[in-house]
Design a protein around this ligand. Structure first.
Ligand code: LLP
Length: 437
């Protein structure tokens, strides 16, 4: 069957039949900017933001969407998501700095983290960050001390662990009882934290937050999470006379990495959550809080394509054929870290029939640096451009300089034009902080 699109997200083809991203021929991007290259499709990024905003407005009405910037924290993604009406979730001083540099108003930032330092908290307070999501008693105390010292107040949410275990990789589950994050509901820590927070004069408790995990397809854990938070909201209303004005349900919706993946749509996910929230509000006769969602991967993941040039090709008869590309775990550590799987095509003939299975290897000095163990591709020659899909989230933001590889450039492609939004690192960038003895 002839297809006219490429990859799990149906990217269109250029007039000459090559892969097209944001209306720009991938081969032209390579010619202009080199490889490895992280390309973000601006149209998809914006469409995902809108899909969230519209779904929340339609299904619930009152609240907002925040971009979990950790998925790809660069100025351009902060700017674009903010332009689309999202706030930004930051989880470190560096993410905070990036969002502020991108001119996102501090009031639209939510500050996360299970071990914020005093310096980071002061930075956030001075900037006027809209909400601090307090993770533990240590932070409650720090906030109390620092607001006193600075003569200021702060709006907070409490991060709770609802005891929900989604079906996803262990390293990216966060809502279970055994978690470094948040106040547990089950063991009474959450209740104690609320009781304590409302006694602190300079802290204004606005509501509750939870995030249970990432790359989750099953909606049931999200429903359980929302139920647990609303049961808890009813409990603290009844016992402590505390009103939950805001409920931040975190992120976690999975995306399609392989063409066979079937994640729920953004609309289905938001409706699923809104339905549970509404029925729980009715059950407990709770005043409707504002609902906030905090997606990262499902905002930026499918917008990303990474372009590589194939170099060495090594066939081991009866075993496998490796095609080595000019990227690797230094710019996409997800396969090595989580056994994450990706799909690739050849950029100049993305719809050509696959004839062989290749292992697409990176350049780092470890055997585990393989980006795709089984990529079904047409015959690959050195010099061919490979395009790997679904690389918008947790690739560039998790990139390192392992083996002292410079990080790739990030290019934004939209409406037929491409702009560099992060420059490629140079060798001089790599040694800039080194002290030569
Ligand atoms: N909110 C909080 C508090 C989070 O910790 C996270 C992700 C999110 C929102 C966004 O979740 P998302 O919608 O992106 O699933 N590096 C891993 C993923 C780690 C997720 C960490 N927290 C990966 O590459 O799969």
């Amino acid at each position: 069957m002839m297809t006219h699109t490429a990859g799990p997200h149906a990217f269109p083809l250029s007039p000459r039949g090559s892969l097209s991203i944001g209306g720009v021929d991938a081969l032209e991007l390579v010619r202009q900017f080199g490889t490895p290259l992280h390309v973000l499709d601006e149209g998809r990024l914006r469409a995902n933001c809108r899909a969230y905003r519209e779904a929340l407005a339609r299904e619930y009405g009152n609240g907002g969407v925040l971009f979990a910037s950790k998925a790809c924290c660069i100025a351009a993604t902060c700017q674009i998501t903010y332009q689309e009406g999202l706030g930004v979730d930051v989880a470190s001083g560096g993410e905070l700095h990036t969002a502020l540099r991108a001119r996102v108003p501090a009031a639209d930032l939510v500050f996360h983290g299970n071990n914020k330092t005093a310096d980071e908290i002061e930075y956030g307070l001075r900037a006027g960050v809209g909400r601090f999501v307090v993770d533990n008693d240590y932070e409650l105390e720090l906030l109390d001390t620092l607001t006193a010292k600075m003569g200021t107040r702060v709006e907070i949410l409490l991060r709770l662990t609802p005891g929900v275990e989604p079906h996803t990789h262990k390293a990216i589950r966060t809502g279970g009882v055994d978690s470094k994050f948040g106040f547990g509901i089950a063991d009474g820590a959450a209740y104690q934290a609320v009781a304590r927070a409302i006694r602190l004069q300079r802290l204004h408790l606005r509501g509750l937050h939870a995030h249970i995990g990432s790359q989750v397809f099953d909606l049931e854990p999200f429903r359980l999470e929302a139920s647990a938070l609303l049961d808890f909201a009813a409990h603290i209303r009844d016992e402590l006379d505390v009103t939950t004005e805001e409920l931040n349900l975190g992120g976690g919706l999975g995306i399609r990495y392989l063409s066979t993946d079937e994640p729920p749509s953004i609309g289905t996910y938001v409706k699923g959550l809104a339905d549970v929230v509404k029925s729980k509000l009715a059950q407990h006769r709770l005043a409707p809080p504002k609902i906030f969602l905090e997606p990262g991967r499902s905002i930026v993941g499918d917008a990303g394509v990474t372009l590589y040039t194939a170099g060495a090709i090594k066939a081991i008869p009866g075993v496998r054929t490796y095609v080595s590309v000019d990227g690797g775990m230094f710019e996409n550590p997800r396969p090595a870290l989580y056994a994450a799987r990706f799909e690739a095509v050849l950029a100049d003939r993305p719809t050509a029939t696959p004839v062989q299975t290749y292992a697409v290897a990176g350049r780092c000095c470890e055997s585990g640096d393989v980006l795709i163990w089984e990529a079904h591709l047409p015959e690959v020659h050195s010099g061919d451009v490979l395009a790997v899909f679904s690389t918008g989230a947790y690739t560039y933001s998790m990139a390192s300089n392992y083996n002292r590889f410079p990080r790739p450039a990030v290019v934004l492609a939209g409406d037929g034009r491409a702009r560099v939004v992060v420059e490629r690192e140079t060798y001089d960038d790599l040694v800039r902080k080194d002290v030569v003895l």
